[in-house]
Design a protein around this ligand. Structure first.
Ligand code: E4P
Length: 217
């Protein structure tokens, strides 16, 4: 499973990138607002740092506007994936932008039917939002499984990009189901390394080591 980082914070991307953990980046208007930076400037910096797809999201509501914004965002760098919302106009924009040879990430997907439409419209990525479904007491992971089954039934090449990931468990569950990509905030990716028994075991080893009076260096 590929790891995308869901942030517009350059330092956080750089830290994970140095460890080889970054296959791409996703941003959205809220993340750009949180960064306090100009969208083109910060997105360019991210694209210079990361080779893989960097999603930049349109904000128009009509297909024509999304297409114009998508073409403008694509000028930032070759590895831009244009992100459009899963609305009827978003699907129209997806079709046009995909046919022009752009990577298109269709976002805000909450049903298997929406994912089916995005694949038919030529999306490169479909972004089902797990956490936001879980917030409503629905099963976000079940949606990932449904989309996997449907895409595999018909050989759709659209990649399932599990999004709105809130926990390390979400990452392993998405990987078990076979999501192609998962995008998560840096803190969630780092939390994947944690286990209470690792901390406890390390503590015990170090206490025993102290008793030996030895040093390695
Ligand atoms: C994905 O592309 C979105 O930017 C993101 O995963 C949304 O996550 P949230 O629901 O935690 O805001």
């Amino acid at each position: 499973m590929k790891f995308f980082v869901d942030t517009a914070e350059i330092d956080a991307i750089r830290e994970l990138h140095e460890l080889g953990m970054v296959d791409g980046v996703t941003t959205n208007p809220s993340l750009i607002a949180k960064s306090g930076r100009d969208i083109k400037e910060v997105t360019k910096e991210i694209c210079d740092l990361v080779d893989g797809p960097v999603s930049a999201e349109t904000v128009a509501l009509d297909a024509e506007g999304m297409i114009a914004e998508g073409r403008e965002l694509k000028k930032i760098a070759e590895n831009i994936a244009i992100k459009v919302p899963l609305t009827w106009d978003g699907l129209k924009a997806c079709k046009t932008l995909s046919e022009e040879g752009n990577m298109v990430n269709v976002t805000l997907c909450f049903t298997a039917n929406q994912a089916l439409l995005a694949a038919k419209a030529g999306a490169t990525f479909i972004s089902p939002f797990i956490g936001r479904l879980d917030d409503l007491n629905l099963d976000g992971m079940e949606l990932i499984a449904d989309i996997r089954e449907i895409y595999d039934n018909y050989g759709f090449e659209t990649q399932i990009l599990a999004a709105s990931i809130r926990s390390a468990n979400h990452m392993s569950e998405a990987a078990k189901i076979g999501a192609d990509v998962a995008t998560a905030p840096p803190a969630v990716i780092k939390a994947m390394a944690n286990h209470v028994l690792t901390d406890k075991g390390l503590d015990a080893f170090l206490k025993d080591w102290e008793k030996t009076g030895q040093t390695i260096l």
